[in-house]
Design a protein around this ligand. Structure first.
Ligand SMILES: [Zn+2]
Length: 508
C-alpha cells in the first residue's frame, strides 16, 4: 500500500527548485534539491537570513559537533568578510527531548537541570573554538504556544491527523513534495516504527504523554510535547517568515529532519519552497571507524580534544577540508595543519623583520605585483567555487613558500632599510586578511606592537646585541656564552631571539 502511495507522489514537484531573485553573490553553491551547483542568490544582501539547527542539550558536545559548527562559522565569516553580506543568524536549542528526559532519569534530577548544564557547556565549547554566538537563540520550551499554534494550523488545513493515543502526525500524502526532495529516496529506509501512523513517511508533530513522570505541556490534543522537526520549522518561521535564504546543519540532518522541516513549512506557509539553499557539512570520522556516535561510544568531547589541540589547529584542519566532504580525524591531519600554521608564522615574523630593517632582501616588485594580483583573483574564484577553502590554503601556501624563499635566500643584514617594501606589505595584508576571514587570528605583529612590554623587550634585546657585538669583535667567548645563555633563557620564557650577523630580532 505504502509503495503505491510513493509512486503516485512522484508526479509531484520532485526536484523542482525556484531560483530566488535578489542579489547574486557570484558564489556557486551545491544545491541538494537540484543535485547541482547553482548560483547563490540572496533576497537582500543587507539582511541575509541563516538558520542553523542547534544541539539537543543532553550530553557534552563531541568533535563531530565541533567540526560542523566550525565549518559553518568559516562559511559565515566568508559571506560577511569577503562578500560583504549582512547575515542575520539564528539557532535553536532543543531543551526538551527523549534523550534529555532519559538522562535526567539516570541522574535523578529535573530535565531542566540537564538541559541548562549542557547548554552552558555548549556555549563554552563554541567560545573556546572561537565561534561567536548566533544573533538569535531560540529555545523550544520558551516557545511552546508558537509550536502548538503551528501544529493547530496544519491540522485545521488537513495536513495533520490525530491518532487514538492523542498524538498528532503530519500526513505525508498531502505534501507537495515527494519523499527524497533533499536526498535520494533509495538511500533511505523508512521503518514503520509506530502502529498509529498511516504511512511510514508520516512523522510526529505532537507526542502524547506516555509516562506520568515525564515533563509535559498542555495542548488541544492533551498533555504531551512537540516532535523534533516541528520545533525548527516553527522557530525558524517565527524569526524569518515564509522564506529563508540559507538553512544549515550536519549532513546527518538532511533526511529526515530537514526534509520534514521543508514539507511541513511549505504546507504551513502554502508555498512550495521554504528554504532557498540547504547547506550541509560533511561528517567527521575517526580513522578506521565509519561513524562517530554516542551510542557507539567512540566520541571525543570538545574539551578533551582541546587539551591536546590548539583551537586554531583544529580550525585550520576544517579549512583544509571542503566543508561538504567527510573528514577523517587523525594525528597526521593535525600535524599537517600545525606545520602550515608554523610556515605562516615564520612568514609574518620575516615580514616584520623586513619592515623593521633587520633583513633587507632584494625584492623584485614586478614579480611581487604579479603574485599579488594573481593571488587576489584566485582566492576570490576559490571562494566563489562552493567555498573551496582547501584551494585557498593551497594559494596561501604557494604565496608563503615563495615569499619565505625570496626573503631568506636574498637576505643580507645591512642596517639600511630596503626601499619599496609596499608590495611585500600588501601581500602580508592579503595573507593576514584571508586568515582572519577564516577566524584564524595571526595578526601577531600588530598585537605585539600594541603591547606595553614591547619597549622593554626592545631595550633588552638591543643591550644583548651590543654585548654580543663586543664579544664578536674581541673574540671573547665568555661574553658570547652569556649572550647565548640569555637567548636560551628567554626562549624558555616564550621569547625567541634571532641573530643576524650584527643585528638581533625577536618574536614571541
Ligand atoms: Zn532543525
Amino acid at each position: 500500500m505504502f509503495k503505491s502511495r510513493f509512486l503516485t507522489q512522484k508526479s509531484c514537484s520532485y526536484h523542482i527548485w525556484t531560483q530566488p531573485t535578489g542579489h547574486n553573490t557570484s558564489i556557486n553553491i551545491y544545491n541538494c534539491v537540484t543535485r547541482k551547483i547553482e548560483p547563490l542568490i540572496v533576497k537582500n544582501k543587507n539582511a541575509v537570513t541563516w538558520y542553523t539547527c542547534g544541539p539537543t542539550v543532553y550530553d557534552s558536545s563531541h568533535i563531530g559537533h565541533a567540526s560542523c559548527y566550525v565549518k559553518l562559522d568559516i562559511i559565515q565569516r566568508i559571506l560577511k568578510n569577503h562578500f560583504g553580506l549582512n547575515l542575520v543568524t539564528c539557532m535553536n536549542i532543543t531543551d526538551v527531548d527523549d534523550k534529555i528526559i532519559k538522562r535526567a532519569i539516570e541522574l535523578k534530577v529535573d530535565y531542566k537541570e540537564v538541559s541548562k548544564q549542557y547548554e552552558k557547556e555548549f556555549w563554552k565549547d563554541l567560545g573556546d573554538l572561537n565561534i561567536p554566538q548566533p544573533d538569535v537563540v531560540v529555545r523550544v520550551t520558551e516557545n511552546m504556544p508558537l509550536i502548538i499554534d503551528f501544529i493547530k494550523k496544519l491540522e485545521e488545513e488537513g495536513y495533520a491527523y490525530k491518532t487514538t493515543d492523542n498524538s498528532v502526525y503530519f500526513d505525508s500524502s498531502r505534501s507537495c513534495h515527494s519523499p527524497g526532495r533533499l536526498q535520494n529516496i533509495n538511500e533511505i529506509v523508512l521503518v514503520p516504527s509506530n502502529p498509529h501512523k498511516l504511512a511510514p513517511a508520516d512523522f510526529a508533530l505532537w507526542k502524547s504523554l506516555k509516562n506520568q513522570n515525564e515533563p509535559f505541556f498542555d495542548s488541544p490534543w492533551g498533555k504531551g510535547r512537540p516532535g523534533w522537526h516541528i520545533e525548527c520549522s516553527t522557530l525558524a518561521s517565527h524569526i524569518f517568515g515564509s522564506n529563508i535564504d540559507i538553512h544549515a546543519g550536519g549532513l546527518d540532518l538532511r533526511f529526515p529532519h530537514h526534509e520534514n522541516e521543508e514539507i511541513q513549512s511549505c504546507a504551513f506557509h502554502d508555498n512550495h519552497q521554504w528554504v532557498n539553499y540547504w547547506l550541509h557539512t560533511g561528517q567527521l570520522h575517526l580513522k578506521h571507524s565509519t561513524k562517530m556516535s554516542k551510542s557507539l561510544k567512540n566520541t571525543i568531547s570538545i574539551q578533551d580534544m582541546l587539551k591536546d589541540v590548539e583551537p586554531d589547529v583544529f580550525r585550520l584542519t576544517c579549512v583544509m577540508n571542503q566543508y561538504s566532504s567527510p573528514m577523517e580525524y587523525h594525528a597526521e591531519l593535525l600535524d599537517t595543519a600545525k606545520n602550515v600554521l608554523k610556515c605562516y608564522k615564520i612568514f609574518l615574523v620575516a615580514c616584520r623583520e623586513v619592515k623593521q630593517g633587520f633583513i633587507r632582501p632584494v625584492l623584485n616588485n614586478d614579480v611581487l605585483c604579479e603574485l599579488l594580483m594573481r593571488s587576489v583573483k584566485e582566492i576570490h574564484e576559490a571562494f566563489c567555487d562552493n567555498f573551496n577553502t582547501p584551494r585557498v590554503i593551497q594559494i596561501l601556501n604557494h604565496i608563503v613558500s615563495k615569499m619565505n624563499c625570496m626573503i631568506n635566500s636574498a637576505a643580507n643584514y645591512q642596517t639600511k632599510t630596503t626601499d619599496n617594501v609596499y608590495y611585500l606589505v600588501a601581500i602580508e595584508n592579503l595573507v593576514l586578511d584571508t586568515l582572519n576571514t577564516f577566524g584564524l587570528d595571526f595578526d601577531e605583529a600588530k598585537k605585539l606592537q600594541s603591547e606595553d612590554s614591547t619597549e622593554f623587550i626592545n631595550l633588552l634585546v638591543h643591550f644583548r646585541q651590543e654585548v654580543r657585538n663586543l664579544g664578536l669583535q674581541d673574540r671573547n667567548k665568555d661574553l658570547l656564552k652569556l649572550c647565548d645563555n640569555l637567548r636560551d633563557d628567554l626562549k624558555k620564557a616564550g621569547l625567541s631571539i634571532r641573530d643576524h650577523e650584527k643585528l638581533s630580532s625577536w618574536s614571541r
